[in-house]
Design a protein around this ligand. Structure first.
Ligand code: GLN
Length: 237
């Protein structure tokens, strides 16, 4: 008898584009089912600590990072999110607002906006000017996703990474709610996965710090399932 390994991927469902992520994971799994014969995946929306505790991986979607932070605090999920992000056995991916929520410092966060500190970076919200509020551009990700040299990256009021902190830099402390437990234990090095060249500036739009991934853009709106497949292959199984 063969046994399958069970993996649960949760998508934070407080606000924003969580349904799309769930659909894209299911589609990526279906399209590559031959590669996943020894796995059983469950993709679930996450609103409560009980749901979060079932997860091996968590995706924080795009939306509005301040609203996400406020809702997480109001519903008492915030301390559990801190704990999840700090847990070395868990994997996390944030897209757009999710990248902001995962950062250690927000350059232009709103009052009392919290961040989870899993990525040792500073982000700037809404970093592209009005004219570039939203755009799609084909990017070459083949340096980290095999053969993926034409991925349609969707940017919507997107953030960029404006600073990378040294590992273990304790001078920057994420604002921690009283009940929180953010010791930000991610001691891996921040790796820049992609820089977007714009008006002679290189803008950091994808980073990885060990088991935590952050992207400024929205692969869950790309009509292309390769990014989600890569996340499963590289971070989940
Ligand atoms: N600008 C939004 C924020 O600050 C992010 C936009 C998005 O997720 N598409 O959270």
């Amino acid at each position: 008898m063969t046994t399958t390994k069970k993996k649960v991927i949760g998508v934070l469902a407080l606000q924003g584009a969580f349904i799309e992520h769930i659909e894209y994971f299911n589609k990526a799994i279906q399209l590559n089912s031959d590669n996943y014969l020894s796995y059983t995946f469950t993709i679930i929306p996450i609103k409560t600590k009980e749901e979060l505790q079932q997860c091996d991986a968590l995706v924080i979607p795009g939306g509005e990072s301040s609203s996400m932070s406020y809702i997480a605090e109001r519903t008492n999920l915030l301390p559990h999110l801190y704990a999840f992000v700090a847990d070395e056995n868990k994997t996390v991916w944030g897209t757009c607002a999710g990248l902001i929520f995962l950062s250690k410092q927000i350059q232009n966060g709103l009052e009392n906006q919290k961040c989870l500190g899993g990525l040792s970076i500073e982000t700037n919200r809404n970093a592209f000017g009005r004219q570039l509020d939203s755009f799609v551009t084909n990017l070459d990700f083949s340096k980290f996703i095999p053969n993926c040299n034409n991925f349609p990256a969707v940017f919507i009021r997107a953030p960029v990474v404006t600073k990378i902190f040294a590992e273990n830099d304790s001078s920057v402390l994420t604002k921690i709610p009283k009940s929180g437990n953010n010791t930000s234990t991610n001691t891996e090095k921040v790796q820049v996965l992609y820089q977007l060249e714009l008006d002679k500036n290189d803008l950091i739009v994808a980073v990885r710090q060990g088991r935590i991934l952050g992207t400024s853009f929205h692969p869950e709106l790309a009509d292309d399932y390769r990014f989600h497949q890569w996340f499963i292959d590289e971070f989940v199984i």
